[in-house]
Design a protein around this ligand. Structure first.
Ligand code: NAD
Ligand code: ZN
Length: 390
C-alpha cells in the first residue's frame, strides 16, 4: 500500500471559489449520476456527504504518478468524512497501481482485488478512481466485478479522462495487447471534475486530451469545434474557467449520445470516430504513443476516407486535419508497415459480423456509421497519416 506524505497544503477554503456546476446523466430516462464541476476539492467531500453512499467505506485507487502529485490533497479533503456523524466514520485507504497503458491489465485488477480483500472491503464499500483514463477504466471494472458490484466514483485527473472517459460507464482492461477487450458497462455514482488537476499534466498528456475533445465537435457540434479553435490561447494557457466551460460542453455532447444508446447498439458508435485506425496504431506502437495521439491520427485518417468518398470537401478535410495542430497534436507519424495497421484494424472489436463499422463525416459536426469501407480505402487512409519522410 502507498500512503502519501503530509507536506502538501490543504485545499482552498470554499469561500474563495464559486459554487460547483452540476450536470446530471440519465439512464432509461431516470437520473443516474451527477458530474460536479468545481475547483475546490472540499466540494467532493460535500457531494459524498450529501449522497446516499456517504456511509460507505472508501478506497481511493490511483496510479504511481498521481499518488505523489495529488494523493495527499485528496486524502486531506476527504478527512472530514471520518469525523462526520453522517458519514462512514472511517478514513479512506489509498492504493496505487503502476502508471501507464501497459499496466491496464487483468493482473493489476487482481492486485486491487487482493488489496480490497486483505483490508476487508465489503459490499458497503465505494472505490474512488483518482487518475486518468487507465485508472478510471480499471477501477470501474474492479467495482463492477468485486463482490458482484460495488459503488465507484470517478475523480478524473487528465484532460482526456475529464472530457471523455470518466463518463458513459465503459470500464475494462486491455488483453494480450488488444484494447479494452475485457470489460463491462458500469455507471459511476458520481463524477467530480476539477480542472485544477490539469495544471500538473505534462504538455504531451495535456495535448493528448484534445483528440477526444475535437472529436466531440467533429461528430456532433460544428459551433463547439470552432469555439475550441477561437479559445485556443486560453485553453492552452490552462485557464481553469475556460477549461471548465470546455469540459461541460464536451461532456454534454457525450452525455447526449450515451443517454440515447447506453450499450452502444447504434448511435454511441459515433464516439468511436477515429478509434478504429487509432486503436490499431496504438497497439502497433506497443503503447509508446498515447491513446489521444493515436485517436488524432485515426480522426485524420477517417476524414481522409470521407474526402475520398466525396462526403467532405477538400477545404473541410484540410480544416479537420490541420485543426489538431494548434493543440499540439501530430497529424502524421512514422508507420513502417501500413499493411500491419490494416490487419490490426480488421481485428479491432468494432468489426460486426465480419463487417467493419467505420465512422465517417459528411461535414464538421455530422458523423455517420458506414459498413462498406474496403481494405483499399483503409490502406490509403493509413498512408495519408504516414510521415512521408520515413
Ligand atoms: N471508458 C471510456 O469511455 C474511455 C474513453 C476514452 C479513453 N479511454 C481510455 O483512457 C485511457 C487513456 O487515458 P489517459 O490519457 O488519461 O491516460 P493515463 O490514465 O495513462 O494517464 C496519462 C498519464 O498521465 C499521468 N497523470 C494522470 N493525471 C495526472 C495529473 N493530474 N498530473 C500529472 N500526471 C498525471 C498518469 O500517471 C499517466 O502517466 C486509455 O486506456 C483509453 O482506452 C476510455
Ligand atoms: Zn478514446
Amino acid at each position: 500500500m502507498n500512503r502519501p506524505n503530509s507536506a502538501v497544503p490543504a485545499p482552498n477554503p470554499v469561500s474563495e471559489v464559486s459554487a460547483p456546476r452540476i450536470m446530471t446523466v440519465h439512464k432509461d430516462g431516470a437520473p443516474c449520476y451527477d458530474i460536479v464541476y468545481s475547483l475546490d476539492l472540499s466540494e467532493l467531500t460535500r457531494a459524498i456527504v450529501n449522497s446516499e453512499f456517504s456511509k460507505k467505506r472508501l478506497c481511493i485507487i490511483t496510479d504511481t504518478n498521481v499518488i505523489s502529485l495529488w494523493g495527499e490533497q485528496v486524502m486531506r479533503a476527504l478527512k472530514p468524512l471520518a469525523e462526520d456523524a453522517n458519514a462512514s466514520g472511517k478514513e479512506p485507504m489509498i492504493y496505487a497501481i503502476p502508471a501507464g497503458e501497459e499496466n491496464k491489465t487483468l493482473g493489476n485488477v487482481q492486485e486491487i482485488y487482493r488489496f480490497l480483500i486483505e483490508n476487508h472491503f465489503d459490499r458497503q464499500s465505494c472505490l474512488i478512481a483518482l487518475g486518468g483514463g487507465v485508472v478510471g477504466d480499471m477501477t470501474g471494472y474492479t467495482a463492477a466485478t468485486y463482490l458482484r458490484g460495488i459503488d465507484f466514483i470517478q475523480v478524473p485527473t487528465t484532460l482526456l479522462a475529464q472530457a471523455d472517459s470518466s463518463i458513459g460507464g465503459k470500464t475494462g482492461v486491455d488483453f494480450d495487447g488488444y484494447k479494452n477487450m475485457v470489460g463491462a458497462f458500469y455507471m459511476p455514482k458520481l463524477v467530480f471534475a476539477d480542472a485544477e488537476f490539469l495544471k500538473t499534466l505534462d504538455e504531451r498528456q495535456f495535448s493528448s486530451g484534445f483528440a477526444e475533445i475535437m472529436k466531440h465537435g467533429l461528430i456532433r457540434d460544428k459551433e463547439y469545434y470552432f469555439w475550441l479553435l477561437e479559445h485556443r490561447d486560453g485553453i492552452m494557457a490552462r485557464d481553469t474557467k475556460i477549461l471548465t466551460d470546455m469540459l461541460i460542453r464536451s461532456n454534454e455532447i457525450k452525455r447526449d449520445v450515451v443517454e440515447k444508446d447506453p450499450y452502444e447498439k447504434g448511435e454511441r458508435m459515433l464516439l468511436n470516430f477515429g478509434h478504429t485506425v487509432g486503436h490499431a496504431i496504438e497497439k502497433a506502437s506497443d503503447f509508446t504513443m498515447t491513446h489521444g495521439e493515436c485517436v488524432c491520427l485515426g480522426c485524420a485518417a477517417a476524414a481522409f476516407l470521407s474526402l475520398q468518398r466525396g462526403y467532405l470537401s477538400e477545404q473541410a478535410y484540410e480544416q479537420i486535419r490541420d485543426g489538431f495542430l494548434p493543440f499540439g497534436l501530430k497529424i502524421t507519424t512514422a508507420i513502417p508497415d501500413p499493411e500491419k495497421i490494416l490487419r490490426l484494424t480488421r481485428s479491432d472489436k468494432k468489426v460486426a459480423s465480419g463487417k467493419l463499422r467505420f465512422i465517417l463525416l459528411k461535414d464538421i459536426g455530422e458523423a455517420f456509421i458506414d459498413t462498406s469501407v474496403t481494405d483499399e480505402e483503409i490502406l490509403s487512409a493509413i498512408k495519408a497519416v504516414t510521415d512521408p519522410a520515413v
